[in-house]
Design a protein around this ligand. Structure first.
Ligand SMILES: C[S@@+](CC[C@H](N)C(=O)[O-])C[C@H]1O[C@@H](n2cnc3c(N)ncnc32)[C@H](O)[C@@H]1O
Length: 274
């Protein structure tokens, strides 16, 4: 089981709070070079500093030391022969295909591709697919699935907190992932995705939404527990200047982890109109 290194946890938690290295350093009364060294894993915080650092970053010493991380959770779920999320493509994939059929190898980016079922489906249909996830186990399984289906997909491990596209895509897709991103980083991410979409290209995204009458999923990870679900309609607002093809909020039954529960989800398929 892989743990995030302390430096990566500090960096992730600092960004979640929207703090610069300088601001974090000032609140701890230390130099920003010290923070930079922690985050580059070239030095560890002093043991005596850990409780104060954890409190400032709104987390626990355990989490700082790499336990309870979302990634260990997903690596554990994916460390089996079966595919945790099954192999049936998300229905949004079919909606995307109707809007932009693969008459040529349109470039698709799948953010948080998990074990790769949707990325491989797109590739089998003729799209040129790039896909990433934070889970090493997920990426390994996704590569195996692509190999089994004899398709090429550019899979790689990356963190949604840091990774931003550096090229344009015709389609940017993400399913069941963006709730890991705190509210402070969401508008910036959507702006970056919009900027890296070709004219007439699509962004197809869904997010878990908070509803007071739906309780937490029994198999949710520690990060999901801390309440990063989106506000109802929040996603649609970030795309107010695009053409909406699908704009839907629904409550559905789920049996992941073997315990029946409910989710609320907002789904958007929007098109860039210059
Ligand atoms: C609910 S699963 C969805 C997987 C896939 N999209 C699907 O529908 O089958 C959430 C995925 O988000 C990934 N994830 C969580 N935090 C992430 C991050 N910071 N960067 C990239 N991927 C992340 C997890 O590893 C997991 O594979």
């Amino acid at each position: 089981m892989e743990h995030l290194k302390t430096g990566e946890v500090i960096s992730k938690k600092r960004k979640e709070l929207g703090l610069t290295q300088n601001q974090l350093a000032r609140s701890l009364n230390i130099s920003f070079q010290a923070v930079s060294k922690w985050e580059n894993n070239t030095a560890y915080p002093d043991i005596e500093m850990l409780p104060r650092l954890a409190a400032t970053l709104n987390t626990t010493v355990d989490t700082l030391l790499g336990y309870n991380s979302v990634i260990t959770d997903y690596d554990r779920r994916y460390n089996t022969e079966e595919y945790y999320w099954g192999l049936t493509p998300n229905r949004i994939c079919y909606d995307i295909m109707k809007l932009l059929p693969p008459t040529r190898p349109y470039r698709v980016l799948d953010i948080g591709c998990g074990e790769g079922k949707d990325a491989v489906f797109f590739a089998k249909c003729g799209y040129a697919v790039t896909a990433f996830d934070l889970s090493e186990q997920g990426i390994e399984k996704a590569r195996r699935l692509a190999e089994y289906n004899k398709v090429d997909v550019q899979f790689f491990k990356a963190d949604l907190f840091d990774y931003r596209p550096d090229t344009e895509y015709h389609i940017i897709f993400s399913s069941g992932v963006l709730h890991f991103l705190p509210q402070t980083l969401r508008e910036e991410l959507c702006d970056s995705l919009k900027a890296h979409t070709t004219d007439k290209g699509l962004n197809a995204l869904n997010v878990f939404v908070q509803k007071p009458f739906i309780s937490r999923a029994p198999d949710s990870t520690k990060d999901e527990e801390t309440g990063k679900l989106w506000r109802s309609g929040e996603l649609f607002g970030y795309y107010h200047d695009w053409l909406f093809h699908t704009c839907r909020e629904e409550i559905f039954d789920c049996n992941s982890g073997g315990i029946p529960h409910k989710h609320c989800m907002d789904t958007l398929i929007a098109q860039k109109e210059m």
